[in-house]
Design a protein around this ligand. Structure first.
Ligand code: NAD
Length: 276
């Protein structure tokens, strides 16, 4: 199953579907990422705070997949914000991953109370200029944080990775991203598998297409133009989640899923979260 790329605002291509490894312990990450790479995933989403950059890196090294065919994302944790701290944290991440460069580096949260995301992003611009990161972006930024970043720095973020699923459709952010040329990447695209996959409307659409509820939700994201990074450690689900490019939802299906929006977050509110 081949995943089509989207082209970021700096010309770099990113697979529209990748593999997320949040909450996968380091010693299980190697097996999970290896399973994903065998299933055809070429994009991996990790973060310093996930504590599994080493396991992820081992799977990458052992896979035999050429580096240029992979798209590796990692994220800078909140306590490492600030110009110098960011440069040090980046070195630690690439060293754990066993890589010379990453494809996408994200500021994990804006943590607005710290007041450091602009300085942090200036270090990202240096890493980008030095060729150590192919694209730079952010995560969990609200439009107000992006506005400030765009006004005070020179590289428009390539990506904003935000919580997004049928119960939290993020219309305002998606619209703002589209205006600015920022790709929207959906985290917890399956709503963490909690309840969303049992919603009758989604179950009915899955039956209609002979697909699973997870495939229907991922296909909805793909047709909206979102980048998605579903997570699973179960081999059959890892395979199922990438197999969403051989069918299409029709206008009626898309409308039924759009009607499920409740503006309900599973994770923290980025305006308030300052997690250590
Ligand atoms: P997700 O929406 O991908 O759901 C994962 C869960 O759904 C699994 O643990 C499993 O319980 C279930 N599931 C997966 N595939 C299934 C299938 N085919 N059928 C039935 N159930 C299935 O949730 P997530 O892990 O929170 O998000 C995905 C990725 O997004 C993370 O691994 C991480 O990489 C990223 N993320 C980023 C942030 C951020 O702040 N930037 C926050 C959360 C997650």
């Amino acid at each position: 199953s081949k995943v089509p790329p989207i082209t970021l605002n700096n010309g770099v291509e990113m697979p529209q579907l990748g593999f997320g490894v949040w909450q996968v312990p380091d010693d299980e990450a190697e097996t999970a990422v290896a399973t994903a790479l065998e299933a055809g995933y070429r994009s991996i989403d990790t973060a310093a705070i996930y504590g599994n950059e080493e396991g992820t890196g081992k799977a990458i090294a052992r896979s035999g997949v050429p580096r240029e065919d992979l798209f590796v994302t990692t994220k800078l944790w909140n306590s490492d914000q600030g110009y110098d701290a960011t440069l040090r944290a980046f070195d630690a991440s690439v060293s754990k991953l066993g890589l010379d460069y990453v494809d996408l580096y994200l500021i994990h949260w804006p943590t607005p109370e710290r007041g450091l995301y602009v300085d942090t992003y200036k270090a990202f611009e240096k890493l980008h200029a030095d060729g150590r990161v192919r694209a730079i972006g952010v995560s969990n930024f609200l439009p107000e944080h992006l506005e400030r970043l765009i006004a005070e720095t020179s590289v428009v973020p390539a990506v904003n990775q935000i919580e997004l699923h049928p119960h939290l459709q993020q219309h305002a952010s998606r619209e703002y991203h589209a205006e600015q040329g920022i790709a929207t990447e959906a985290w917890s695209p399956l709503g963490q598998g909690k309840g969303l996959l049992e919603v009758p409307a989604i179950v009915a659409i899955a039956r209609k297409h002979g697909r699973t509820p997870a495939q229907v939700v991922l296909r909805w994201h793909v047709q909206l133009g979102n980048v998605v990074i579903p997570k699973s450690v179960t081999p059959s689900r890892i395979k199922e989640n990438i197999d969403v490019f051989g069918f299409s939802l029709d206008a009626e299906d898309l409308a039924a899923i759009s009607a499920l929006n409740e503006d309900r977050r599973l994770g923290p509110d980025p305006a308030e979260f300052n997690g250590a």
